[in-house]
Design a protein around this ligand. Structure first.
Ligand code: KIV
Length: 276
């Protein structure tokens, strides 16, 4: 077996994650780059190359403008550094809605060109047929219900869902349709605790919450949010670092050293040797 094949054999799989339901919390974070994936691979069960990359790294206002090429490039970067965690790549807006066949082609392209183990798509009854089509043809699918960021143009904003009975029934229907169609796992985003717990109890696959309480089988956050890279974070994010503050201090110190002539110093300078 080649080293590459051996690596693949050691990775956490969709089957492993399903077996954790109700037994062991599943630790997930987003990853978009090689150095970050290298650090996170040791401790995370699942790295999601989320289409949030468009907002986090590319300055887009939402995820609608994210392309297949962006997802593939970042998926490849994450796969280069990870060995242990399961890697899932988001299908961008417009890549899976038109037809089951085109969704299959795009999903297979993502899996082949990145080496990732699964794709994620924002799901509900309207794409259940597509999920079934993909999973029956060997494409593992992670669903995503509740707040679905790719619907921002219809919804007008990123809004928590399921706060009244009608909306809660709608989110339950999304989860049911997604799981019955064959998804191995679902992200549940931006819903109240009671609904997250109800969904988690209803479905046989793990639920991964983001802004969806401890009622889920696992948790995911956008890594840069929890590292404190931005000056604002949503209520459901806990900041584990102050990257923004640390970077600002480091950049200011560097600028001061360059301006004062303190950098580069003798330690950072090459000198010619005596022999020419
Ligand atoms: O794109 C993303 O990062 C996501 C997570 C927030 C679940 O979908």
């Amino acid at each position: 077996m080649s080293a590459h094949a051996a690596d693949a054999a050691r990775r956490i799989s969709a089957r492993d994650l399903r077996a954790r339901k109700g037994r062991e919390p599943i630790v997930c974070l987003t990853a978009y780059t090689t150095p970050m994936a290298e650090i996170m691979d040791e401790v995370c069960d699942l790295l999601l190359v989320g289409d949030s990359v468009g907002m986090v790294l590319h300055g887009l206002p939402n995820t609608v403008g994210v392309t297949m090429e962006m997802m593939i490039l970042h998926g490849q970067a994450v796969m280069r550094a990870s060995r242990r965690a399961m890697v899932v790549v988001d299908m961008p807006f417009g890549s899976y809605e038109a037809s089951r066949e085109s969704a299959y082609e795009n999903a297979v392209r993502i899996l082949k060109e990145t080496g990732a183990q699964a794709v994620k798509l924002e799901s509900g009854p309207e794409v259940a047929g597509t999920i079934a089509y993909l999973t029956r043809r060997g494409v593992p699918v992670m669903g995503h219900v509740g707040l679905r960021p790719q619907a921002v143009l219809m919804d007008g904003a990123f809004k928590a869902r399921g706060r009244n009975a009608a909306e809660a029934a709608c989110v339950m229907a999304e989860a049911k349709a997604t799981v019955e169609a064959g998804a191995f796992c679902i992200v549940v985003e931006g819903v109240a605790e009671a609904l997250a717990t109800q969904i988690t109890e209803m479905v046989r696959v793990p639920t991964i919450g983001i802004g969806a309480s401890a009622g889920c089988d696992g948790q995911i956050l956008v890594t840069e949010d929890m590292l404190g890279l931005f000056d604002w974070t949503p209520k459901f994010v806990r900041r584990y670092a102050d990257l923004r503050g640390d970077i600002a201090k480091a950049v200011a110190a560097y600028a001061a050293d360059v301006r004062s002539g303190a950098f580069p110093g003798v330690e950072e300078t090459y000198f010619a040797t005596a022999k020419g």
